[in-house]
Design a protein around this ligand. Sequence first.
Ligand code: ZN
Length: 446
Amino acid sequence: MLITNATVVTWGEPNQVLTDQAIYIDGGKIAAVGTSASLGAQYSDIERIDAKGQMVMPGNICAHTHFYGAYARGMPIPGDAPANFPQILERLWWPLDKALDKDTVRASALVSLVDAVKHGTTTLIDHHASPNFIDGSLDVIAEAVNQSGLRAVLCYEVTDRDGDAKMEAGVSENVRFIQSKRIARIGATFGLHASLTLNDKALKACVDAVPKGHGFHVHVAEHEADEEDSLRRSGRRVVQRFDEFGMWRDKTIAAHCVHIDEAERQMLQAKNTWITHQPRSNMNNAVGAMAFDRMIAQNMRICIGNDGFSNNMWADWKDAYLLHKVVSRDPRKANGGDIIRAGVYNNARLAEQFFEKTRLGEISVGAAADIIFVDYHPFTPLHEGNLPWHILFGFESSMVTTTIVEGQLLMRDRQLLTLNEPEIAREAFALAPKVWERYNANINAL
Ligand SMILES: [Zn+2]
């Protein structure tokens, strides 16, 4: 496949914006990048896609999401509105995840994947929970990812909040999936919920079971309740508690880290842990804001996820850009360049941990052909130096017209090619009343 007439954003280091470019794709990888004239002459007899001057750039990456949350869309929570994050867990997420079965796990994944293709998010790191359908749940999601053509990293969130048997089933599901034979586009890691729903026995079971060379994907200090609980249980804060179990490994992801203190930051920095920031979720749950600038200045590996919000990653980039300014009353915070450092470069390096020998998030020879077209018409000069602000103030996810992963077209000119959106929505919709009914039964049983 040859993409021609592209305004290429390479997201290389340094980034380059190049006009009138062509990209030759072969075997799922970018095989050549050059001018439309030169590559057009060289590859004259292959399928061509005319980008018509659109911005052509690497697909976006989501560092932390939850496909399983899809059925929360528009769902009423009975009684008084939850007043804090622990109540949101108890009255929204835990009764909802228990309401999922095989069909609704599949439907949740498919609707999320449709959304990702449409919004140009080509790699997603998911964190799954369905306590009444644990065994094989990751295979059901993997099948949906396979069908979509997207790239994803999957895990199951271990917790002891539903007893030992389900905790052990969660451990087994992670191990089984990590060791299973998967297509190259699907990676695996080992999921845990959060310190506040993991007793020492559960943590030990996870650390004992994780296959060699793998890390963990866990929520850390999303709300101060997690730190308070950890101090009560262990006399240690969350990061120290997890450290004592040996959880800070090369590939471990710590989601949120809103309430960690300086000693915890230093430990995560020393351990080179990947930290994901989900500003839309943090604002929605009113949990506060991570120390973004301090952590970037400390060279910590901050990435950006969406925590189950729409798979429009520019929305989280934009909200990160705004959130830290308003909470600190300082317009210098969360500089556009730092947002790109986190959401583009760190996300790409994180995702690469799960796909051996695959360069992601870059338009360069040898990198995976995970590419999007953006129909953006700048009316002021656009170049490498000011691109972050064109994106933060000008890009909309509705401008994504074409999505390609591993050289396969998943959407062309806004037409989905691998997933049938009306059918997927219809099937998910048909299952929704039962999910909400089971959710209500679970909440009434509290
Ligand atoms: Zn999360």
